[in-house]
Design a binder for this molecule. Structure first.
Ligand code: SF4
Length: 386
C-alpha cells in the first residue's frame, strides 16, 4: 500500500445535538445512534487536546497549514460563548507555532444572528449553510424537533446577514438533492443569495435502504435526469457560480483533481473528532450501520500519525485499488471513483459495490463530457490550471 498521507482537514464536532430534526439526517435518523453517548458540547479541555494533536501532526509531517471545520449536530448551539471557548483554546495552541489554520463551519443557519456573524467575521471563521432550496423545498426534510418548517426563518437569517457588513462569512451552500423538485428554481433561488459555491449532495442511502426514486429499481436514472437538468441550466447561464460536483467532473476531464470527496479518486485527507475527543472516520458513514465510523482512537491517547497509518483510513487513499471489481474495470472510474463511500454499502458486500448512483453517474459524466466537448471553442479559464 502507498505511503501514508497526513490529514489536512480536521472536522471537530463541537456540538453533538441539533436544534433541527431533518428526516434524512445521518447523525440522528439513520442507522448509527452513537451521538447519545456524546457530551452535548465539546469542552475547552478537549478542544485544547485536539489542537495539540493537530499541531503535533503538522510538525511531524512538515505541514505549514491545516483546516479545522466546526461541525455538529449544530455548532452554533452554544452561541458565541461556547464558540469562543473552543476557538480560544485552539488559537492558544497555535499561537507562535508558525502553522496557519484556516477555520470553517457547517451549520443549519437557524441560529446565525448578526452577533454570531460579527464574531465569525472578526475571527476569520467562514460558515457554510445547509439549505435545500426555497422554503417549500427546504421544508420537505429540514424541520425542527417538533416537525415544524424552518425555511422561512432561514431565509430571513440569510437576508439579514447578506445585508450586513458580515456577508463574506458565508462560504457556500450545501443542498441535498430532492428528485421530486425541479432543480432550476432551486438553483435560481440559491443563486440570488450570491454564495461563492454550492454543493449538491445525493442522499446518503445504501443498497439496503435505497433513496427516493430508486426503491423499485436501483438502475433508475432519476438522479441523472435531475443533475443533467441542473448542469445544463448552470453551464449555459451561470458560469460565475461554482457548483463543486460539476466543477469536479469538468476538472477531472481536463486531468485535474476533484474538489469533493464524493466524486473521483482523490486522496481522502480528512478526519473527525467527536465532542468527547474520540477520533472517527467520515461521519456520513453513520448512515450505513451502527458503529460504522468507529475507529477506536481518541485524542487523549492517540496521535493523528497513528490514525493516519490505520488500514481503514489508508484504504481511502489508494485510488482504485480498494474498489470492487466492477469499478476497477469501469472506463470512467478515474472520474466517478465509485461515488461516495456510504452510497456503496450493502450488508452483503460491505463497501465493495459500485455506488447506488452508478447508472446516474454513467449518464451524468457522459453528458458533461459531451457538453464540454461541444463548447471547447468557449473559454473555460477556471479549468485551465486544473
Ligand atoms: S460506480 Fe459505476 S460508474 Fe462509477 S466507477 Fe463504479 S462502475 Fe463506474
Amino acid at each position: 500500500m502507498a505511503t501514508k498521507v497526513p490529514f489536512h482537514t480536521f472536522i471537530l464536532k463541537t456540538a453533538s445535538r441539533c436544534n433541527l430534526n431533518c428526516t434524512y439526517c445521518f447523525v440522528y435518523n439513520l442507522e448509527d445512534q452513537s451521538w447519545r453517548k456524546q457530551p452535548p458540547l465539546m469542552s475547552a479541555a478537549t478542544a485544547r487536546k485536539t489542537a495539540e494533536r493537530i499541531r503535533e501532526h503538522c510538525v511531524s509531517n512538515n505541514k505549514p497549514y491545516a483546516t479545522i471545520v466546526f461541525h455538529g449536530g449544530e455548532p452554533l448551539l452554544g452561541g458565541v460563548r461556547h464558540l469562543d471557548v473552543v476557538l480560544g483554546a485552539i488559537k492558544d495552541v497555535f499561537e507562535s507555532s508558525g502553522i496557519e489554520i484556516k477555520f470553517g463551519m457547517q451549520s443549519n443557519g437557524l441560529l446565525l444572528t448578526l452577533e454570531i456573524a460579527k464574531y465569525l467575521s472578526e475571527n476569520d471563521v467562514s460558515i457554510g449553510i445547509s439549505i435545500d432550496g426555497p422554503p417549500e423545498v427546504n421544508d420537505v426534510a429540514r424541520v425542527d424537533r417538533r416537525g415544524r418548517p424552518t425555511g422561512k426563518l432561514l431565509e430571513q437569517r440569510l437576508f439579514e446577514i447578506l445585508n450586513s457588513p458580515y456577508k463574506s462569512v458565508i462560504s457556500g451552500f450545501l443542498s441535498v438533492v430532492n428528485v421530486n423538485c425541479d432543480p432550476i428554481p432551486i438553483i435560481e433561488y440559491l443563486a440570488k443569495f450570491g454564495p461563492p459555491k454550492i454543493d449538491f449532495l445525493l442522499p446518503y442511502d445504501t443498497y439496503d435502504r435505497p433513496p427516493p426514486g430508486k426503491t423499485d429499481s436501483i438502475d433508475s436514472t432519476v438522479y441523472a435526469k435531475w443533475l443533467i437538468r441542473a448542469f445544463d441550466y448552470w453551464f449555459l447561464n451561470m458560469p460565475q457560480l461554482r457548483i463543486r460536483e460539476f466543477d469536479s467532473i469538468i476538472r477531472q476531464l481536463f486531468g485535474g483533481s476533484p474538489l469533493v470527496e464524493s466524486i473521483g479518486l482523490g486522496v481522502v485527507d480528512l478526519i473527525v473528532v467527536e465532542t468527547d475527543g474520540s477520533i472517527e472516520a467520515v461521519d456520513s458513514l453513520k448512515g450505513t450501520y451502527d458503529g460504522a465510523a468507529y475507529l477506536g482512537y481518541d485524542v487523549s491517547r492517540n496521535s493523528f500519525d497513528e490514525v493516519a497509518a490505520c488500514l481503514a483510513v489508508r484504504s481511502r487513499q489508494v485510488g482504485a485499488e480498494s474498489l470492487c471489481e466492477t469499478c476497477k474495470q469501469c472506463s470512467i472510474v478515474n472520474i466517478c471513483g465509485a461515488g461516495y463511500l456510504p452510497n456503496r454499502y450493502s450488508k452483503e458486500n460491505g463497501f465493495l459495490n459500485p455506488t447506488i448512483y452508478c447508472a446516474d453517474m454513467q449518464l451524468l459524466i457522459s453528458h458533461v463530457h459531451k457538453s464540454v466537448l461541444n463548447t471547447l471553442d468557449r473559454q473555460l479559464p477556471m479549468y485551465a490550471n486544473a
